[in-house]
Design a protein around this ligand. Structure first.
Ligand code: ZN
Length: 330
């Protein structure tokens, strides 16, 4: 496919980005992205790209309507920018999404890789049926989520926030987790509707974050610190607009997965192009709290916020991280 040569990264730098677990921004590329004017809606009207995992069909199916809603909900300049951006679901299993600009012209695109969508999708599916995930958790808990929920103390607050098995566990065929995943495959209209709502929430956040990079005119960052500042700016841009598109709660699984790949690890801190996952999750939780008057939601997320905010010492987080036996594997 012609698309293959479009990524503005060499294989080595792409691998470095992959290893660092990044949602990276790339501002310059040797070959042109989809031509300006193609527009997200036109591109997504095509059949799903060959090789897109079957489990992500809903992502492709739901994206055009979500982009259409974004076009209506955003202010005119942002909507005009969106109409010129080509959005693409790429089947490659890279856990990232990219804002790409053609330095030669006006072409801009947003690429969401299947690796990112699949990781979020797994989190969504397990979150949709929290008790199924809890069955799995009791037998085989994933180090990250065990540590994360122990740190924030939220494991017992709500089943919806309960500890989740990792995508790796599912893909590795852990029997208990596979059993839980199979139960999630049983059709249920209510679960299916909730699943689709959460996919829309994830798409909305990813779309707005990458659109934010374009709107803010971000160039390829000169340093990891500059990159982290750009990422927070893109998050803030996205979160300010997210409530116009979706219930911010519906982006929670997406941010939970993103927090997981950007969780603080002392040995990679200097090279991290993205902020600490706790910082990013905290901002979403603040958005959730600012846009609800539901007492239950306020209690649960108020408690989660207090505990996330309390993790203000990176040394404290590093010490918690070092207790994770799986840390060396990531
Ligand atoms: Zn970004």
């Amino acid at each position: 496919m012609a698309k293959g040569g479009r990524l503005p990264f060499g294989a080595a730098s792409l691998r470095r980005l992959f290893l660092a677990g990044l949602l990276a921004l790339a501002a310059a590329g040797p070959s042109a992205p989809a031509a300006a004017g193609d527009g997200a809606l036109a591109l997504l009207a095509d059949p799903p790209p060959a090789g897109l995992p079957a489990g992500l069909a809903a992502w492709h199916r739901l994206a055009p309507a979500l982009v259409g809603r974004a076009g209506e909900a955003l202010d005119a300049p942002d909507a005009a920018l969106l109409s010129r951006v080509a959005l693409e679901l790429d089947p490659r299993l890279i856990p990232g999404a990219y804002a790409i600009r053609d330095p030669e012209g006006a072409g801009r695109s947003i690429v969401i890789y299947a690796g990112m969508a699949a990781g979020i999708d797994t989190t969504i599916r397990l979150q949709v049926a929290g008790h199924e995930a809890a069955d799995c958790r009791r037998r085989h808990s994933d180090g990250f989520y065990r540590r994360f929920f122990a740190e924030v103390g939220a494991a017992d607050e709500t089943g919806a926030l309960g500890s989740l098995p990792s995508a790796e566990q599912l893909l590795a065929g852990d029997p208990a987790c596979r059993e839980a995943a199979n139960r999630l495959a049983i059709p249920s209209a209510a679960l299916a509707a909730r699943y689709e709502t959460l996919v829309e929430g994830a798409l909305a956040f990813l779309l707005l974050h990458e659109l934010g990079h374009h709107a803010l005119g971000h160039e390829a960052p000169a340093s990891p610190a500059a990159s982290r500042a750009q990422e927070l700016a893109a998050d803030d841009w996205a979160l300010a607009r997210l409530p116009r598109l979706v219930d911010p709660l519906d982006a929670f699984p997406a941010l939970l997965f993103i927090a997981r790949i950007n969780w603080f690890r002392p040995e990679t801190e200097a090279a991290m192009s993205h902020p600490h996952g706790r910082q990013r999750l905290l901002r979403l939780v603040e958005t959730i709290l600012a846009t609800t008057d539901d007492p239950g939601r306020t209690r649960v997320f108020g408690s989660l916020h207090a505990r996330l905010a309390g993790l203000d010492s990176e040394a404290e987080v590093a010490s918690a991280a070092s207790a994770d036996p799986r840390r060396a594997d990531r």
